[in-house]
Design a protein around this ligand. Structure first.
Ligand SMILES: Cc1ncc(COP(=O)(O)O)c(C=O)c1O
Length: 280
């Protein structure tokens, strides 16, 4: 039995059984579907892209995975050099993890450790946005603002280390005024909150956030797991406003090396999965 994400198992509609995929299309035995979410923003070059498939095959003939502890290899060095080249400013260090959620976890840990290393142990709060989504692991659930997660987290009591604000400059300034000395980071999905309902907000909010983070020594983290690689019309939103840490995922692998979990907006996106013809 497979436990499906974000769905009530009791009244679950039978899922489409996918047997093949190419470009924007997914195929069942007798139908062709448009993968209108690019398998949740992962398959940005389309499914079964020959360049990616060949690269994986060639690499697998040498080795598939080698841990980076005490070891290194060309593929990881080429990838980090490429990221260094295309990311702006001093975003020059890559830490590799296994999913978008874990990338965010790592960033949140880095922010806390940044302050602890400086001998500051009272920077325990995280500032994030209303309607935020940062993943499904514990701390990312807390940083996110998804009703059903917070309902479950209430089991741990009401004490929260997170403050959630709307995307207005007034709310931003009030939050820094009130919590500025307790915050270790401000984490946002920059410009576009995807899973929270495709909410777009103004770059002036991010510019003001940058100023306040500098003033209060708070790390600004951009979760570009969904917005990265061109989704907002910019290669990265980090090209417009410079964060201290950027989290990438999904499109980074073209959707080939990871098994993606969907985001909580699954139902919203399902509406756009259109059967377009009967026979392949
Ligand atoms: C903005 C954002 N951050 C983090 C994640 C979590 O990524 P993953 O599913 O790879 O854990 C998602 C997933 O949709 C996301 O949209």
């Amino acid at each position: 039995m497979i436990w499906r994400p974000y769905q009530q198992m009791k009244n679950l509609a039978p899922p489409f059984r996918i047997v093949d995929a190419e470009g924007v299309f997914l195929y069942t035995e007798n139908r062709r579907l448009i993968d209108s979410t690019s398998s949740w923003w992962c398959a940005i070059h389309g499914h079964k892209h020959p360049v990616i498939t060949n690269a994986i095959v060639e690499q697998a003939k040498r080795f598939s995975h080698v841990a980076l502890a005490g070891l290194t290899h060309d593929p990881v060095e080429r990838l980090s050099a490429k990221l260094e080249e295309i990311l702006p400013g001093d975003l020059k260090y890559s830490f590799f993890s296994d999913s978008g959620s874990v990338a965010v976890e790592v960033a949140l840990k880095m922010a806390l450790q940044y302050h602890v290393n400086k001998g500051n142990f009272n920077r325990t709060r995280i500032l994030s946005l209303k309607h935020a989504y940062h993943g499904d692991t514990f701390k990312t659930m807390e940083a996110g603002d998804y009703e059903e997660y917070h309902f479950i987290l209430n089991a741990y009591g009401k004490k929260r280390y997170n403050v959630h604000i709307p995307t207005t400059i007034t709310d931003l300034e009030s939050a820094f005024e009130r919590y500025g000395e307790e915050l270790n980071c401000f984490i946002v999905e920059p410009l576009l909150q995807c899973a929270g309902g495709m909410r777009v907000y103004n770059v002036s909010f991010l510019k003001r956030a940058r100023e306040l983070c500098d003033k209060f020594d708070v790390l600004l983290i951009f979760d570009e797991v969904a917005t990265g690689f061109g989704r907002t019309g910019n290669r990265f939103v980090s090209d417009l406003v410079h964060p201290d840490v950027t989290c990438l995922g999904k499109a980074l692998t073209g959707g080939t090396l990871v098994t993606r979990r969907p985001s909580p907006t699954k139902k919203f996106f399902r509406l756009f999965t259109i059967p377009i013809r009967k026979k392949r």
